[in-house]
Design a protein around this ligand. Structure first.
Ligand code: MLT
Length: 205
């Protein structure tokens, strides 16, 4: 997969897996990594699917309607790629925290939904429920930050609550941060994610 890797100064800190929104690239979320954990190594990946020229992490049939077979296939592709990248760049595969926005948050959620131990934790900015009706792997104690907007037309507050409930049902430790905004990612949401990350991981980093 097209990606960039930056070695961080703090080898004890989790590696950050950055996953952009629709139409983005692997460069988009680099400022978030700086804000959240400047010492971390960064693996930032570009989605392998193109929708009218816009990179995405999986196909959709319409706005908010996912191509579920492609979602499952692309989730495995990304899961395998993280292991490949860990071997190539020498980071700990079992110490990876995702930061995703929108479509990138959805594939990060799908990693959590499909693979036990895929992520040590996740910051999901404006995620949806990636897939319904599947049993989730055990996520006991996995910290997950969800940033959501009370007026988000793409991820409704109800869907945010549903996602939070599904993750908690599998044992994840979920914190939902609400902004009185829409789908956009605001500076205050990024700051809240950074503060949350510090509380979850600072002692170990
Ligand atoms: C998706 O397709 O993943 C969601 O609708 C978010 C987005 O627009 O990328």
């Amino acid at each position: 997969m097209i990606h960039l890797f930056e070695q961080g100064a703090d080898r004890g800190a989790p590696t950050l897996l950055l996953l952009h929104g629709t139409g983005g690239t692997e460069r988009d979320l680099l400022p978030l990594a700086q804000a959240v954990s400047p010492g971390s190594s960064v693996l930032s990946v570009r989605g392998n699917v193109l929708e009218r020229g816009m990179p995405r992490f999986f196909r959709r049939l319409a706005e908010g309607v996912f191509d579920e077979a492609d979602l499952v296939f692309r989730t495995k592709e990304l899961y395998d790629f993280i292991a490949e990248a860990a071997a190539r760049y020498g980071f700990d595969r079992n110490h990876v925290v995702a930061i995703g926005y929108s479509n990138g948050a959805n594939i990060a959620g799908s990693l959590l939904f499909h693979y036990k131990g895929a992520l040590k934790g996740a910051i999901l900015h404006h995620p949806m429920v990636p897939l319904r009706g599947i049993p989730l792997p055990e996520l006991t104690g996995t910290p997950v930050f969800i940033g959501a907007g009370t007026n988000d037309p793409i991820c409704s507050p109800q869907e945010t609550e549903e996602l939070s409930g599904l993750l908690q049902g599998a044992g994840a430790k979920v914190d939902v941060h609400w902004e009185h905004r829409g789908h956009q990612l605001t500076g205050s949401e990024v700051q809240a994610a950074a503060d949350w990350f510090g509380r979850q991981f600072a002692a170990k980093g």
